[in-house]
Ligand binder design. Structure first.
Ligand code: TMP
Ligand code: MG
Length: 213
């Protein structure tokens, strides 16, 4: 189908701080959409399986050190390497759910305080713009109680608070929806599913826009 005329799928992103329940909600959302007869695919960033993703994985597990700039660019490259696949699916009428995207890229890097916001956004300018971003909002008390918190680089309460404030700064009301993630996973899931169905309907005849362009 053509870029402007065809009936495309929707690009739906889940964002949030670490341990907000994104991965669980992504899985549940995908199942629910499939059960509703909506063709869809799930990808997670970082995709740790590619060559670049393996380096990112080592960095996150603290078995490898890289400069702040270098790891930032690798995270971005890790998204760009999947763009052809994402575009093809969308133009083929299939929806794509992403577990993190460029917003995590900017929020986590800018929170370090060594790179300014605009520099951080640069490499991701022009990525396919999501039709909907769910920001799973978790209080810091709830976050630090969740399983496994503190195992990887960045999983520290103070740093996560900085990350959250940058997420708030870069949110665009055109596609950004804050979700209360302190609730049960069933309640959260129900809301994500309903809003996703609406977005899939509304996005069908819209062109794919470019992020931060
Ligand atoms: P994950 O736990 O969802 O696999 O993400 C791993 C960590 O990487 C998480 O702390 C967020 C961080 N991150 C970045 O710093 N930049 C990025 O571009 C992405 C996608 C994640
Ligand atoms: Mg993690």
């Amino acid at each position: 189908s053509s870029e402007s005329g065809g009936r495309r799928g929707a690009l739906i992103v889940l964002e949030g701080c670490d341990k907000a329940g994104k991965s669980t909600q992504c899985r549940l959302l995908l199942e629910a959409l499939k059960d509703a007869g909506k063709p869809c695919h799930l990808f997670a960033f970082p995709d740790r399986n590619t060559e670049i993703g393996k380096v990112i994985d080592q960095y996150l597990k603290c078995t490898k050190n890289l400069s702040d700039e270098a790891i930032h660019l690798l995270f971005s490259t890790n998204r760009w390497e999947l763009v052809p696949t994402i575009r093809e699916l969308l133009l083929n009428g299939e929806s794509v759910v992403l577990d993190r995207y460029a917003f995590s890229g900017v929020a986590f890097s800018a929170a370090k305080g060594t790179m300014d916001l605009e520099w951080c956004m640069g490499p991701d300018v022009g990525l396919p713009q999501p039709d909907l971003v769910f920001f799973l909002n978790l209080t810091k008390e709830a976050a630090s109680k969740r399983d496994d918190f503190g195992r990887e680089r960045y999983e520290k309460t103070e740093f996560q608070e900085k990350v959250k404030s940058i997420f708030m700064k870069i949110q665009d009301p055109a596609y950004w929806k804050v979700i209360d993630a302190d609730r049960s996973k069933e309640e959260v899931q129900k809301e994500l599913f309903q809003l996703s169905l609406e977005t899939i309907e509304k996005s069908k005849n819209k062109p794919i826009l470019k992020l931060w362009d």
